[in-house]
Design a protein around this ligand. Structure first.
Ligand code: UDP
Length: 322
């Protein structure tokens, strides 16, 4: 098969490219290199089966150029990371809305199935212990920049759903919960690579807020096979799946675990949200998935624990720094 991965030079996209190449497929990557990096695709041993196209998902011609002979699309390209969203809010909104519609249009014209990557952010402030796919969304004011990411992704889901219902496009939507692993950069806000980099540098770990907020971190290598399984399974199409780990940690506890795993002499520094993200920021207190639907559909069962995840990010950053 020939697969198009939008955002394929990014963190999750590059792991997906590697996985598809290993399965023997050809891969076309469309990436505007905003947060993607060519190094992420270096050394994948692609044997000439990987093509990198630099371009934006908002550029219909660039998308069209990638479509020749494509049998499946993984739409991962997006403006991501809280710092990106807060720093370039309007541009991010446009990328995340227009880009998705442009790629869905290409899927429709070419009759190709498409996976659309969404996010646990769509649940917003719903703190239910075990969010199922039909859980209510509780989001703050549309005038608070933070929520623009959740709003755009929610609309992307609606678009994908309607392209399925009204145009017969074979679509599957996944909501990714705090996916982590090698190659993820802390530059855009993601907490695990940030804490690991801080610990390795002997700098204080910056815990935002009181550190009581709860997240579940899932290793990217647990997520990637599920993306492929869901798109290949026609009976999975037309709906949405949570993909994440259910092991909970508070962010304060995460900081302690990173310090222990690295043997660092770093301390923990609590940083008020306002200082970290600017005024009017609302965080999610708790975000815990229920992934029973993906388990029943494709046997999704993450195998890597939080300690495994921290260890793999530490090894990656130690390798990268020398
Ligand atoms: N966070 C933190 N310190 C950092 C970066 C993030 O305490 O240096 C917190 C952030 O406020 C949030 C959690 O860690 O409560 C997870 O942040 P991330 O941006 O990785 O993912 P989110 O769950 O917000 O999408």
């Amino acid at each position: 098969m020939r697969c198009l991965i939008t955002g394929g030079a990014g963190f999750i996209g590059s792991h997906l490219a590697e996985h598809l190449l290993r399965l023997g497929h050809e891969v076309v990557v469309l990436d505007d290199m905003s947060t993607g990096r060519e190094e992420n695709l270096a050394g994948l041993g692609d044997g000439g089966r990987l093509t990198l196209v630099r371009g934006s998902v908002c550029d219909a011609e660039a998308v069209e150029r990638c479509m020749a002979g494509v049998d499946a699309i993984y739409h991962l390209a997006a403006a991501v990371g809280v710092f990106t969203i807060l720093g370039k809010t309007l541009e991010s909104l446009r990328t995340n809305l227009d880009g998705t519609e442009t790629v869905l249009e290409a899927a429709r014209r070419h009759g190709v199935p498409i996976l659309v990557a969404s996010t646990s952010e769509v649940y917003g402030k719903n703190t239910a212990d075990g969010l199922t796919e039909d859980a209510d969304r509780i989001v703050g004011s549309p005038l608070l920049n933070r929520w623009s990411y959740a709003e755009a992704k929610a609309l992307d889901e609606t678009l994908a759903h309607l392209y399925g219902v009204e145009y017969g496009v074979r679509t599957v939507i996944v909501r990714l919960f705090n996916t982590v692993g090698p190659r993820q950069s802390g530059r855009y806000g993601m907490v695990v690579p940030r804490f690991v980099a801080q610990a390795l540098a002997g700098e204080p770990l910056t815990v935002f807020g009181d550190g009581q907020q709860v997240r579940c971190f899932c290793h990217v290598l647990d997520v990637v096979p599920a993306l492929v399984a869901l798109l290949e399974d026609e009976s999975a199409h037309g709906t949405v799946y949570n993909l994440g780990n259910t092991e909970q940690t508070s962010i304060g506890m995460l900081a302690q675990r990173v310090i222990a795993a690295t043997g660092s002499s770093s301390t923990v520094e609590k940083v008020p949200y306002e200082q970290a993200y600017g005024p009017g920021f609302e965080d999610m207190e708790r975000r815990v998935p229920d992934c029973g639907k993906a388990l029943r559909q494709v046997g999704f069962r993450p195998r890597r624990s939080l300690d495994d995840i921290i260890a793999s990010v530490v090894a990656d950053q130690r390798g990268a720094t020398g």
